[in-house]
Design a protein around this ligand. Sequence first.
Ligand code: NAD
Length: 261
Amino acid sequence: TLAGRAALVTGSTSGIGLAIALMMAGAGARVMLNGFGRPEEIAAARAKVGAAMGGGEAPYSAADMAKPDEVRAMVADCARTLGACDILVNNAGIQFVSPVEDFPPEKWDAIIAVNMSSNFHAIRAALPGMRARNWGRIVNIASAHGLVASPFKIAYVAAKHGVVGLTKVVALEVARTPITCNAICPGFVRTPLAEAQVKPLAEKHGVSEERALTDYLLEKQPSKRWIEPEEVASLATWLCGPGSGGVNGAALSVDGGWLAA
Ligand code: NAD
């Protein structure tokens, strides 16, 4: 149970972040949402998570994770609105796929900022409150690509390896306190971010989207099926619940066997 906990989940208007926000709210946490989207999508997410919290709209921050001052303001907003930021889930992320030579430098900068640097800025802003309250949970959504590489994803792989690294540093710094910092490393999860990669692969290889999924996108995922967002959310929720305090600085795979191969 997460009763009494205040949680901030970045990038929670869609995909994995929304699943985490819903599950944490269902487990009793008060949750603040963040992320982009059409106004009706954001309203729907706030209503769904609000319902899981027992009614009303979940609080929401429109902060852009590419902008350090907005990341800091979001953490302050959470502390003000929910009374604390006990749980921080750094989940917002973007992807771009291209050979190194053609990789646009502005895409590199954006992916490093959103997928990696935002974690630093949010953790830096949230830790003093966690120390003051003598409890905290930081969960960074990295990726299998935080542990191993694939071609054409230079910025994403670099950023996610960075997330695994910064997770370990924070874990060591909080090791003697009731705060933990861990990373989750999902394989391919059924979300808009990953589903968008199927069609280009089908076109590139001249195969159906079904074949593109199993033969190319899930080439390295032995289960040959999507991980469901809820399968990531259940681990994130467990990491923030009772009994998880001994797990610190870990990079936990939810990848259908990818890292075993
Ligand atoms: P998604 O596209 O469904 O959701 C991404 C979320 O991040 C959305 O809410 C979006 O609005 C938000 N976001 C994007 N840029 C933002 C910004 N600048 N500021 C604030 N919010 C922003 O993607 P997803 O698959 O749910 O991805 C969530 C996380 O999981 C990402 O960090 C991603 O790298 C990671 N991940 C995804 C997969 C996968 O296969 N889907 C695998 C491993 C890791």
